[in-house]
Design a protein around this ligand. Structure first.
Ligand SMILES: [Zn+2]
Length: 557
């Protein structure tokens, strides 16, 4: 019935009515693909200058989002009745290397930024000096009580350099290895991510955290790891997390040299680190030295928030989100284009959440509050969502779920939806049931070892225990109605190779948005169901964050 109503609501324009394509269950889709296309056409136009935080492009984007949210009938969702929530981003760049080396046995090995190491600082200071810091090999650097795993023992990291292996202990082991499957097998857990390792080192007072780069285990090559040497963005403010002074990647060749100086062999150390009884130890008389000059500045930016207030349980919220920022203006490409328009990424995701808002506003108001968030700073490291999660407008313990759209595919309708991450929450079963009503199935992501679950804005909430789902068009090739998986994979490859994060991520009149509309409708249906229920989808025992959610259970009683 709701679907029929929304078709009537938009039947005034012939074009729009035509764009309301049939769902696979025979009813018309409530998602208007012409609306979505128009939204992207505007946000990805040159006028918006690639939507870089802190620029005129931000002003235009935020004004546009407020105008659209207002027209959709949303209420301002920020603090004090405002549409926006301020976010201060710290930006730093290492501009001068006065010294950077390790010493061992009276010998000095110089370290070259970008060639041997990629380090930066999230602590915005003009100079960073590290003198004769011992280097501790911490293995995978995992402290996971729920898996009965602890690499640190009683090692004190204060003032020391923590040297980590990338990924988690069961990556790449044989099926009969004692730790096989303990950390999700081929799928990376949070413990495998560099972000976790930097945080764990900071919690333990380390002065620096370095992760040994290996292409397969990292999911990308040294060229990617070292692509912006010395540059760092972080959330400013008193609630921001403690950071190590220096963080980054160490090239595998340099790591081999370091451990050899201390009388070890990297392969042997990796084998040892995969054992449950492994404990961190100091690498001989290795000492790390650095004297660095930094240029530090701040960028004032904003998240944009709208909401529909719940009728009976307004303090319980369901959140839909995407990010408004893109890559701004860069060097001219072969055709002389400088704007990197971020059309699929993520103007299209925001176009999707606006369609969800339009549908929900055409229906009786939901019992719970639905929040619509357009984050800033995603491309600088999930910073807008991180700032929100550090100081949420709507308490995280009573946030029922977050649904994030970040890059939708534009290759047409699909027989499946790709699930990112696995074993996290009961939203996974709910997604499968909802997809079934669309005549679709759920498929696992294409490259689980890349850990996409930890690499989009929903994760800022997930890591604090909020149940989340992410739909990301590049998480794997869809099984397309026309052309099957092969055509879906080809679309993903074409997007990543040719358009991702560059001038080609542009609006295209020839997009087939019917598949994107299926994904948006899926989140619409799930939002509607949760917003009119008393259900709190739980985290699963295999989630790294279940303990956190459990700790706030009283708030949901
Ligand atoms: Zn994105």
């Amino acid at each position: 019935m709701i679907k029929a109503l929304s078709v009537l609501a938009s039947a005034g324009m012939v074009l729009v009515a035509c764009q309301n394509v049939p769902s696979t269950d025979g009813t018309a889709s409530p998602i208007d693909t012409a609306n979505m296309s128009d939204t992207v056409k505007t946000m990805a136009s040159d006028e918006f200058m690639g939507r870089a935080p802190g620029t005129e492009g931000e002003t235009k984007t935020v004004d546009y989002l407020i105008k659209r949210f207002t027209e959709l009938g949303l209420e301002p969702g920020g603090r004090d009745g405002k549409w926006t929530d301020p976010v201060t981003l710290k930006h730093s760049m290492i501009t001068g290397v006065r010294s950077l080396n390790i010493t061992a046995g009276g010998e000095t090995i110089n370290i070259e930024q970008a060639r041997d190491i990629e380090i930066s600082s999230a602590n915005a200071r003009d100079t960073i000096t590290v003198t004769k810091a011992p280097v501790v090999f911490v293995g995978f650097g995992v402290s996971a009580p729920e898996r009965d795993w602890d690499d640190f023992g009683d090692m004190d990291l204060k003032g020391k350099v923590a040297l980590f292996l990338v990924n988690d202990p069961d990556f790449g082991v044989a099926d009969d290895h004692p730790v096989a499957g303990l950390f999700g097998g081929r799928r990376m857990t949070y413990y495998g991510r560099w972000a976790y390792k930097f945080e764990e080192a900071a919690r333990r007072g380390a002065v620096a955290a370095l992760v040994i780069h290996e292409t397969k285990a990292a999911g990308y090559g040294w060229n990617v790891a070292s692509s912006s040497p010395g540059e760092n963005y972080a959330v400013a403010g008193t609630k921001s997390k403690p950071s190590v002074d220096l963080q980054g990647w160490l090239h595998e060749d340099m790591a081999k040299q370091w451990v050899a100086e201390a009388g070890y062999d990297l392969d042997t150390l990796r084998t040892a680190a995969r054992q449950r009884d492994f404990k961190a130890f100091t690498l001989g008389d290795l000492r790390f030295n650095a004297e660095l000059a930094l240029k530090v500045d701040t960028v004032e930016s904003q998240n944009v928030l709208g909401k529909i207030t719940g009728t009976t349980r307004p303090d319980e919220t369901i959140m839909l989100s995407g990010h408004w920022d893109a890559y701004g203006i860069g060097a001219p490409d072969a055709q002389g284009r400088v704007v990197m328009p971020g059309a699929n990424d993520d103007a299209l995701g925001l176009a999707g959440i606006m369609e969800i808002a339009r549908n929900l506003k055409a229906e009786p108001a939901p019992e719970r509050t639905v929040v619509f968030a357009a984050w800033t700073g995603e491309e600088s490291g999930l910073l807008g969502s991180e700032a929100y999660a550090q100081d949420p407008v709507y308490p995280l313990e009573t946030t029922v779920a977050n649904f994030t759209l970040d890059i939708l595919q534009t290759a047409g309708p699909a027989k499946d939806v790709i699930q990112v991450g696995e074993g996290q929450s009961e939203l996974e079963e709910m997604m499968a049931a909802t997809a079934a009503t669309q005549g679709r199935t759920v498929s696992p992501e294409g490259l689980p070892e890349n850990g996409l679950f930890y690499r989009a804005d929903h994760f800022s909430l997930a890591r604090r225990g909020v149940p989340v789902l992410l739909i990301m068009g590049i998480a794997g090739g869809s099984d397309l109605v026309e052309g099957g998986r092969e055509a879906g994979d080809a679309w993903v490859k074409g997007y990543i190779d040719d358009r991702y994060h560059n001038q080609n991520d542009a609006w295209d009149a020839d997009w087939d948005l019917r598949g994107a509309a299926q994904d948006v409708e899926l989140f619409l249906d799930m939002t509607r169901e949760l917003a009119n229920s008393t259900n709190w989808p739980a985290l699963k025992p295999t989630s790294e964050f279940k303990g956190l959610r459990d700790a706030s259970a009283a708030a949901r009683e």
